[in-house]
Design a protein around this ligand. Structure first.
Ligand code: IPM
Ligand code: MG
Length: 359
């Protein structure tokens, strides 16, 4: 039996509430299944660590994570530290240092959750957004000159490499192929952006030749937002650049009921390094410490983690427990219009696991 070595990094804000909750449900799973074992190690990196040490994580942080099978992450962001410091110092450092180039964001309307799309049947919205996670608009290339003078100039340069684009589009085709509808929408903005986006589209055409069984189409990112709202059932798997998919995935999460539910995997498909799983929401300092955070995004991220480490049965059990809990409106947190606490939702999922049909 393999022991899964999991690093937990709560980070900042409500990350410190939802990650321990995520660990609790994983432990509850293991408690009811003798064949499932985890070894957790917690890392206190983030804003408080920065105040003590002047950096978000230690210099050898990546080395300390390298031997893990997966990482469960909370969120990075602190009202007293500039966002680009918290982001680049921790989360992006891990994503880029471990070349987690595929950011995978499934969205569905879970049982009991009210979607703002009034004409949408629950099954109409069942998407996976694949976000390029290593370059593009987030490459970090650029700079500022003449700072403070009227002629100050600043650039953020989008960098797309043929190998980087090809690998993400190939990953998306492969993922689309595993889903029942075998359908992929490739998003870009190649009508207005004349270089990188045009190459992105060309590469999609050439990669598609290896996937004759996957139905695919192209959509411009602005039109994609309208299609998500007006014709959600026409979409299934979606691949987009780092920034476009960042925006589309918030829209997707909101259309599915709440940002508090949505999960993410930052995945190294080649498994050279640990992959990292996290809720898509941020650190939400306004509600921190009040027990109001919705832990479902973290639980669903834990489902993705289990799938990634080769525990599909445990992943299905956890997903079923989550759906049992979301189906009960008395267990909805404030973001869903309810008044349940993080603790109540977590206990309910643990109970659902204990009472499940397992064994
Ligand atoms: C996300 C977030 C991050 C991103 C923020 C926190 C920088 O919005 O994971 O979608 O843009 O990558
Ligand atoms: Mg985002």
């Amino acid at each position: 039996m393999k022991i899964h070595r999991i690093a937990t990094i709560p980070g900042d804000g409500i990350g410190k509430e939802v990650v321990p909750a995520g660990r609790r449900v994983l432990e509850a799973l293991a408690a009811t299944d003798p064949a499932l074992r985890f070894e957790f190690e917690d890392f206190d990196w983030g804003g408080d660590y920065y105040r003590r040490h002047g950096r978000m994580m230690p210099e050898d942080g990546l080395d300390r994570l390298r031997g893990k099978d997966a990482i469960l992450f909370g969120s990075a962001g602190d009202p007293d530290i500039p966002d680009h410091v918290t982001l680049w110092g921790l989360r992006l450092r891990i994503c880029q240092g471990f070349d987690q180039y595929a950011n995978v964001r499934p969205t569905r309307i879970l049982p009991g959750i009210d979607s703002p799309l009034k004409r949408c049947a629950p099954g109409d919205l069942d998407w996976v957004i694949v976000r390029e996670n290593s370059e593009g608009e987030y490459s970090g290339a650029g700079g500022r000159v003449h700072q403070g003078f009227p002629n100050e100039a600043a650039t953020d340069v989008t960098i797309m490499t043929r190998s980087g684009v090809e690998r993400i589009i190939r990953y998306a085709f492969e993922l689309a192929r595993t889903r029942p509808r075998k359908q992929l929408t490739v998003v870009s903005k190649s009508n207005a952006q004349r270089h990188a986006m045009v190459m992105w589209d060309e590469i999609a055409v050439s990669v598609s030749r290896d996937f004759p069984d996957v139905k695919w189409d192209k959509e411009l990112v602005d039109a994609a937002t309208a299609r998500m709202v007006n014709r959600p059932a026409t979409l299934d798997t979606i691949v987009a650049t780092n920034l476009h998919a960042d925006i589309l995935s918030d829209l997707a999460a909101a259309l599915a009921g709440s940002l508090g539910i949505a999960p993410t995997g930052n995945i190294d498909p080649q498994r050279r390094f640990p992959s990292m799983f996290e809720p898509i929401h941020g650190s939400a300092f306004d509600i921190m410490g009040k027990g109001l955070a919705n832990p479902v995004g973290t639980f669903w991220s834990a489902v993705m983690l289990l799938e990634h480490v080769g525990e599909p049965a445990a992943a299905s059990r956890l997903m079923a427990a989550i759906e049992k809990v979301t189906a009960d409106p008395s267990l909805h947190t404030r973001d869903l219009g309810g008044s349940a606490t993080t603790e109540q939702v977590t206990s309910a999922v643990c109970n659902a696991l204990g009472a499940g049909s397992h064994r």
